[in-house]
Design a protein around this ligand. Structure first.
Ligand code: SF4
Length: 279
């Protein structure tokens, strides 16, 4: 295998040639995250303008080969837990922090989502990782009301786990521009309430400068108002901006917010009295 150095700037899921499993050094996980990509056809139900998936298309994942996924997961955990992978493949010392459902599209769109969770839980037990790593679901939340997704999430309850629930915008016109979806606030509420009823939940919010304009004050006020009733039950709100270039075609000019610009917005959101972190 070609030796590669993983950094927070290199999230190429194809470096190691596995179909479903890929390692990344993650800013937000604060270490090595073993990613599970259930969207190998690059299909997502959202089409965010900042998405870093090349050849992203609108749609659902293709059928998942569960045997192959299990054998790749087995191979990767072996390399990390018993091999030299952590020492050789990152530029600085990193610890194995999590297994994350985070692919080239929305993971909960896969009909096999619950079966994959069962495989992951089996491996966590087999390699005795339940006290050292977390299980994370990184999601746009749009399928969290589906029974099969909820059954999967109930299984995750047995282990240390979290949902990272994406809310970039709560103004429908802005969500259409940024996530390219027709946002329904009532569905967003239902999905967020499902997440909160099943798992420790963090909000993850990508903020962008669009055509040189920072997110409007109105969009931040509406975001705060929307989250107010949920704030006491949220674990945190994570704000981030572009770390790597968008792979999407758009007529809009998008740029990352700098740390200071993110922190100014974070200070406003702190009125919710929930932990707010910037990445
Ligand atoms: S939800 Fe995630 S995978 Fe889907 S388009 Fe947005 S950033 Fe890309």
């Amino acid at each position: 295998m070609k030796k590669e150095i993983l950094t927070i700037f290199n999230h190429d899921r194809n470096i190691y040639k596995s179909k479903y499993i890929y390692p990344v050094v993650s800013r937000r996980s604060k270490g090595l995250s073993l990613g599970i990509n259930l969207n190998t056809n690059n299909a997502c139900n959202w089409q965010c303008i900042y998405c870093q998936v090349s050849n992203l298309k609108l749609g659902k994942p293709e059928a998942i080969d569960l045997k192959l996924l299990e054998s790749e997961l087995d191979e990767w955990i072996n390399k990390i837990v018993y091999g030299n992978f952590l020492k050789e493949c990152a530029s600085e010392k990193v610890d194995f922090k999590d297994i994350a459902f985070s692919g080239n599209g929305e993971p909960t769109a896969a009909p096999e989502f619950e079966s994959v969770i069962k495989i992951v839980l089996k491996k966590i037990e087999q390699f005795k990782l339940s006290k050292t790593i977390k299980l994370r679901l990184i999601t746009n939340g749009s399928y969290l009301n589906k029974n099969s997704v909820q059954s999967g999430l109930k299984l995750m309850k047995l282990f240390d786990h979290e949902i990272w629930f994406k809310i970039d915008q709560v103004i429908p016109k802005e969500a259409l521009k940024i996530n390219r979806i027709n946002l329904s606030i009532s569905n967003l509420k239902k999905n967020l309430e499902s997440a909160l009823s099943l798992s420790p939940t963090l909000i993850q919010t990508c903020l962008l400068k669009i055509d040189h304009q920072l997110p409007s004050d109105d969009s931040i006020i509406k975001f705060i108002e929307f989250l107010k009733p949920y704030a006491p039950n949220l674990k945190a709100i994570n704000l981030y901006s572009l770390a790597r270039p968008s792979q999407q075609k758009t007529n809009l000019y998008i740029e990352a917010l700098n740390k200071n610009e993110l922190e100014i917005i974070a200070d406003k959101i702190k009125i919710l009295k929930t932990k707010v972190e910037c990445y």
